[in-house]
Design a protein around this ligand. Structure first.
Ligand SMILES: *Cc1c(COP(=O)(O)O)cnc(C)c1O
Length: 366
């Protein structure tokens, strides 16, 4: 390997699989048979059309998507979806939108939805200081709601929904940015799924939006062209120049998931194994480390914890970095530490962190 790579535990952009980076490197100066880089080709060219449809087909296969779902590649990040969802599905309906707020990203989604109509916070995790997801028996969406919005994985707090929300009586909309493609999902339960690519699916610059066709019929007339799901669906994400390189990378990542990992069931098993290594150290540390999330809501993507002696946090981060483990500092709003272990984080990286956690406790614990 030319560059020496570290284990990057950043919450996003996250690591990309090494074979994906190597393939991109190998093809960077020219796509096979093209004599032109993917950075240079026209989005209207046949090779790019093939990349786009292959990325869609791979996603369809990985998620076992029924045929009546459309896959869009949009820009503006998951953050723009906080606005596009209520513009397209709430505006002018006279209905109310239900939001589950389990952490920072859910809060941000609500802020934007308020600009478009009436919003109800169906479940609010703030009373528990954002340490858990709702339980199944707390899940009571209003059948009359325009839609119900959830965040499957709260990246900052390190919380993940560990049960499948059944098809809600109202259309279910899910921000899956930080656990997209990390496990199988019951796709037919959702009416709309969105995910910024840079956590699990590719680089920044593209957001995958998966929408049930039936929902497109509800989009109100008169929206700005670029903010209208109907336009993007009708033009197959090519109303204007799409983020060609980012879509190409999503294509490579989905190939890797299908061909090298063997699908989302396998990916989920690997992710569960990785997360268990870290939670075990936390649980067996006699309080030297304490997890932020309540056990039934623990994220397998973002592991958040604190040190009993918070003064040790910076030392932990610094010494881990010296061992090639980067970006372990927790988000400023939560404090403590956070290890983001997305799909591309190898088991070896998590083992190295586990070993370091044990060693650090040995040195600084009581
Ligand atoms: C990172 C993240 C976002 C924001 O994504 P951008 O692509 O930066 O807009 C939204 N929701 C969740 C759950 C995230 O993890």
């Amino acid at each position: 390997m030319k560059a020496s790579r570290v284990y990057n535990f950043s919450a996003g952009p996250g690591m990309l699989p090494l074979p994906v980076l190597q393939r991109a490197e190998g093809e960077l100066l020219g796509l096979p048979g093209m004599g032109m880089s993917v950075l240079e080709i026209s989005h209207r060219s046949e090779p790019f059309e093939r990349i786009l449809s292959s990325a869609q087909n791979n996603l369809r296969a990985l998620l076992d998507l029924p045929p009546d779902y459309r896959i869009l590649f949009l820009q503006g990040g998951a953050t723009l979806q906080f606005s596009m969802v209520p513009m397209n599905l709430l505006r002018g309906t006279g209905k109310r939108a239900d939001y589950v707020v389990a952490g920072t990203w859910g809060e941000k989604a609500v802020t934007e939805a308020h600009r478009e109509g009436e919003v109800r916070v169906l479940w609010d995790g703030e009373t528990d200081e954002f340490t858990r997801m709702p339980r199944r028996d707390e899940w009571q969406p209003d059948p009359e709601a325009a839609y119900v919005h959830i965040t499957s994985n709260e990246t900052i707090q390190g919380l993940q929904l560990q049960w499948d929300p059944d098809a809600a009586p109202a259309p279910l909309v899910c921000d899956m940015s930080s656990d997209f493609l990390s496990r199988p999902i019951a796709a037919e339960s959702y009416s709309l799924i969105y995910a910024g690519a840079q956590k699990n699916a590719g680089p920044a610059g593209v957001t995958v939006v998966i929408v049930r066709e039936e929902l497109l019929e509800r989009v109100p007339a008169g929206l700005h062209t670029m903010l209208d799901y109907g336009v993007h669906a009708a033009k197959d994400s090519m109303h204007n120049t799409p983020p060609v390189f980012s879509i190409y990378m999503v294509h490579l990542v989905t190939e890797w998931l299908l061909q090298e990992i063997g699908g989302l069931r396998k990916m989920a098993a690997i992710n569960a194994e990785k997360a268990a290594l870290l939670y075990r150290v936390i649980d067996e540390s006699d309080g030297f480390y304490s997890g932020h999330a309540q056990p039934d809501s623990r994220s397998r993507m973002n592991v958040t914890w604190r040190m009993a002696d918070s003064n040790l946090g910076p030392l932990f981060v610094e010494q881990a970095r010296a061992r090639g483990m980067h970006n372990l500092k927790g988000h400023r709003s939560v404090g403590g530490l956070r290890a983001s272990i997305y799909n591309a984080m190898p088991l070896a990286g998590v083992r190295a962190l586990r070993d370091f956690m044990l060693e650090f406790q040995g040195e600084h614990g009581p």
